[in-house]
Design a protein around this ligand. Structure first.
Ligand SMILES: NC(=O)c1ccc[n+]([C@@H]2O[C@H](COP(=O)([O-])OP(=O)(O)OC[C@H]3O[C@@H](n4cnc5c(N)ncnc54)[C@H](OP(=O)(O)O)[C@@H]3O)[C@@H](O)[C@H]2O)c1
Length: 241
């Protein structure tokens, strides 16, 4: 990759929201490193799609919940791309089940991928990040004043931790002019929990599911918002207010 274009690293980048963000960031002029776990075919196709727009893309398999793998992936980024201008911690596994049926193995896997993974990627990206670099963590709506969630407690705990991590990093790295923010989707139109369209107004005041482009718009706002750090933007149509 050239040393000229800014470099964005997106975790969980091969599919769904991550894929959409990779494409939007490439359209904004970023070279993109797509970190993924199992979706080889989708990752290769995205690499090609971005390359066809004239930007560079490189897909790399890594389990973000396994620190040595993350260390190796970022060592490779240091060699290949040489910098990280933007890290998007997008991985966020949601396999809701009642807390009474949760097992330590599921708990550990969720926390490793969703929370430790974001920390490991941040830890290894920050030394490669120039001044005015940025980290954007993908959260979930309603983290402010979160209440009991009997279903999916592991997920909600991971996202609450991610908000705390966002704010801590924002303060710690402000003197390097690195901004750390969070974008928190509500019920996206690809959500496993999506109510039928005629019922969505009961939980989403704006009366529709979120689209990938709604989330990308907030991410792009944060890229431009040079005085915003430690913020968490709900992109949720009023869901969980
Ligand atoms: N969709 C929604 O309605 C919604 C609502 C609120 C918040 N969000 C948040 O938005 C973000 C994206 O959501 P999504 O539904 O697009 O995500 P998703 O489909 O559940 O996951 C995105 C990708 O994460 C990758 N991944 C999972 N575990 C990984 C690991 N340990 N290491 C590396 N990659 C891993 C997977 O890659 P492979 O396919 O390569 O295995 C997967 O394609 C998440 O943080 C989620 O919590 C989504």
């Amino acid at each position: 990759m050239s040393g000229q274009a800014p470099v964005a690293v997106v975790t969980g980048g091969a599919r769904r929201l991550g894929r959409h963000l990779c494409l939007r960031l490439a359209a904004r002029g970023y070279d993109v490193v797509i970190l993924y776990r199992r979706s080889d075919e989708a990752a290769r196709a995205l690499e090609q799609e971005i390359a066809s727009t004239g930007r560079r893309a490189r897909a790399r398999a890594v389990d973000v919940g396994v620190e040595p793998q993350v260390a190796e992936a970022f060592a490779e980024i240091a060699r290949a791309e040489g910098r990280v201008d933007l890290l998007v911690n997008n991985v966020g596994n949601y396999n809701p089940q009642p807390i009474t049926r949760l097992t330590p193995a599921v708990w550990d896997a969720t926390l490793a991928a969703n929370l430790s993974g974001a920390y490991y990627c941040s830890f290894h990206a920050l030394p490669l990040m120039p001044a005015h670099g940025s980290i954007i963590n993908i959260g979930m709506a309603g983290l402010e004043g979160i209440r009991a969630n009997v279903r999916g407690a592991d997920y909600y705990v991971s996202k609450t931790g991610l908000l705390s991590l966002t704010r801590s990093l924002a303060v710690a790295y402000a003197d390097r002019h690195i901004r750390v923010n969070m974008v928190s989707p509500g019920q996206l139109d690809n959500s496993v929990d999506l109510p039928p369209p005629d019922q969505i107004g009961e939980t989403v005041p704006l009366g529709r599911a979120g689209e990938l482009q709604d989330v990308a718009q907030a991410v792009e706002y944060l890229l431009d918002a040079s005085y915003v750090t430690g913020a968490n933007i709900d992109v949720a149509g009023g869901y969980r207010l």
